[in-house]
Design a protein. Sequence first.
Length: 61
Amino acid sequence: MFSIGELSKRIKVKVTPILYYEEMGLLAEAERTSGNQRRYETTGLERLSFIRHARDLCFSI
């Protein structure tokens, strides 16, 4: 599982767009730890990578 910071570093996307994609429903809502930290599965990492690639190709949201 990945924290939002780890996800951000791996995909090279700032945290704000990740939260935005989650709010829009493009990215599944993350599970929360007992400390209320977001934890993303590998599928979240793959989906964010796909979204980033699509944005690099100038596709709109």
